[in-house]
Write a protein that binds this ligand. Structure first.
Ligand SMILES: [Fe+2]
Ligand SMILES: [Fe+2]
Length: 311
């Protein structure tokens, strides 16, 4: 198995990044967060301007939608942490650097747009939100695997799709058409990000199949949602999973499966024994995820039946 250095990989993949950047810029449509926020619904808060304090009764979204909105927003807020990881993995040279700048600017508007929306419509507690943002960003996000180009591109390929689906499903759960419209727009950005990274990783698989397969295995087997360092993340993600906004079934079937399939992971040739081993582990893990997802779905269905009987 040939060993590729980071510098070689970055140089070899640079033309692909340049091509994908062009494709991205051609496909992305300019949009303006301010158009999505119903500013006329807003009013002053208590404190400096002496307005009205926030009260849960002012929120028109359900408890679980609120949880998902806050988790999604805190995740977007933590952009500097992800930017740091990506910058360390890719560096600032050439098309890689241009992409990082563009990606960061697009991600930046997601947090701004969601915050403007939630505060204007008084959907969430602004004090709790700000305290959480401070805590979450202070803690930052540290990737659980090596910060190299292959692991990072593999991670963000899945993470962008996970974020896309999470925004879309959260939007539906708000039962607030304006909020859903905003989250749908953001989800379109996430989709283009996913396509970018997915295509870069596809090229890496051609170039360095064994190392890339190993990176894919590492990332899939240790995958954590961005935002997993948010306080109470486990409790909140259970709530989000119980509502079907994002659960293991969605993660396996709608995030991992389509991306792995598009890379031809299951049937590609040209792997050495190391690459083959990584693929086999990936295959068994994928079956195990299926079993775990089925068990969760059964538990959830049983709990919903019990809840329906009680009420
Ligand atoms: Fe985003
Ligand atoms: Fe994104």
């Amino acid at each position: 198995m040939r060993h590729w250095t980071q510098i070689e990989l970055l140089a070899e993949l640079e033309p692909v990044v340049a091509r994908e950047l062009d494709r991205h810029l051609g496909a992305a449509r300019e949009w303006f967060p301010h158009e999505y926020v119903p500013w006329s619904e807003g009013r002053n808060f208590d404190g400096v301007l002496g307005g009205d304090a926030w009260d849960p009764s002012q929120s028109r979204v359900s408890d679980v939608a609120r949880t998902a909105l806050v988790v999604n927003l805190l995740t977007e807020d933590n952009l500097p942490s992800y930017h740091r990881d990506i910058y360390e993995s890719f560096g600032a040279d050439g098309a890689w650097g241009t992409w990082i700048g563009r990606w960061t600017a697009e991600e930046g508007r997601h947090g701004m747009a969601i915050r403007d929306y939630l505060l204007t419509t008084r959907a969430v507690d602004p004090v709790a939100l700000e305290r959480e943002r401070m805590g979450h960003m202070t803690q930052g996000f540290a990737s659980p695997y090596e910060l190299d180009v292959l692991h990072t591109v593999a991670y963000v390929s899945f993470q962008e799709l996970a974020t896309r689906i999470s925004h879309r499903n959260t939007g539906r759960h708000t039962h607030d058409p304006m909020c859903e419209q905003l989250l749908t727009r953001i989800a379109q950005d996430e989709n283009l990000h996913m396509v970018f990274y997915r295509n870069v990783l596809a090229a890496a698989l051609e170039l360095a199949p064994d190392e890339t397969m190993q990176a894919v295995w590492d990332v899939v087997s240790t995958f954590q949602m961005p935002g997993n360092t948010i306080d109470g993340f486990t409790r909140r993600s259970v709530q989000i999973a119980m509502a079907g906004i994002y659960d293991l079934r969605i993660h396996r079937d709608e995030v991992l499966a389509p991306v792995l399939r598009s890379w031809g992971v299951w049937d590609r040739g040209g792997l050495s024994s190391e690459g083959e081993q990584a693929r086999e582990k990936l295959g068994s893990h994928f079956e195990e995820l299926d079993r775990q997802a089925a068990r969760f779905e059964e538990r959830r269905a049983a709990r919903q039946t019990r809840a329906a009987e009680v009420s």
